[in-house]
Design a protein around this ligand. Structure first.
Ligand code: SAH
Length: 249
């Protein structure tokens, strides 16, 4: 399913058709790079299988990664690098995550079409869009108001009505929208925020980088069993921007 284009409901159609054509040409121009990136992600998934416990990412996750136009989530000067497998600056000292890490985090929650997922750290909105391809409803919180506003516009423009965003401190989660089947935290915390554990459904999963800022951080998979017990598994060393806000220590 492609949600890349605005709907052609209003006149005059001609400029819109021109825009659509330009969009299609640009999207096509990125196709070889996108395919190359998908190959790199698949190769890395194989290389890291012993650490992640997954021999490959699911076909659904790979399809979602193929579907989301990463070049629409980066500033203009980063567009040529949009399909490189690395984080890129998005302004305000923040980054859009490395595509392999986005795929890994998404795969680790075993997304299903009927689920509701919370993301902390909307940033560009890219991870939220990947999730939105896979689950019923995505909630995403961003602490830097201008980034939150930009991401909200972008997600609306690209046609992701199943993503709800808000500006605020994600440490405390989104109580009214919870509990969640899964929670993804895309900034590094010093500890797993207790409010997020509370907002996870029994049987739910959370993926979160934990560790000292910019130093030793590990991606953790936190699982809440049906009877509410918490188990934690260390997946990979990672490097994320820090989780800021009230609960940072
Ligand atoms: N998921 C993003 C990656 C963003 S980087 C993407 O796909 O582009 C992490 C983001 O977390 C940054 O934008 C940062 O501002 C935000 N962040 C840091 N601390 C936060 C907090 N306490 N609550 C919400 N967002 C936070």
């Amino acid at each position: 399913m492609s949600r890349r284009f605005p709907s052609l409901t209003s006149l005059p159609l001609l400029p819109l058709l021109g825009l659509l054509l330009a969009e299609t040409l640009i999207a096509d121009a990125f196709e070889p790079q996108r395919q190359q990136l998908m190959t790199e992600i698949a190769d890395l998934a194989t290389e890291t299988a012993s650490e992640t416990g997954r021999r490959a990412f699911s076909a659904a996750v790979m399809a979602a990664m193929t579907e989301v136009p990463r070049h629409r989530f980066v500033p203009l000067d980063q567009v040529p690098a949009a399909y490189q497998n690395r984080p890129l600056p998005i302004g305000h000292g923040q980054t859009i995550s490395q595509p392999y890490i986005v795929a890994l985090m998404t795969d680790l929650i075993d997304p299903r079409a009927d689920q509701t997922v919370l993301e902390i750290g909307t940033g560009s909105g890219y991870q939220a869009a990947v999730l939105a391809e896979l689950v019923a409803q995505v909630y995403s919180i961003e602490i830097i108001a201008p980034l939150a506003a930009e991401a909200a516009n972008r997600l609306q423009e690209l046609g992701y009505p199943n993503v709800q965003t808000r500006a605020g401190d994600g440490y405390y989660g989104w109580e009214e929208a919870g509990p969640f089947d899964a929670i993804l935290v895309t900034a590094a915390a010093s500890h797993v925020p207790p409010p997020l554990i509370r907002q996870l459904k029994p049987g739910g999963r959370m993926v979160i980088p934990v560790g000292a800022h910019f130093m030793a951080q590990y991606l953790l998979l936190v699982e809440k069993t049906a009877d509410g017990q918490i188990s934690t598994r260390q997946i990979l060393p990672v490097r994320f921007v820090p989780l800021t806000g009230g609960g940072k220590d």
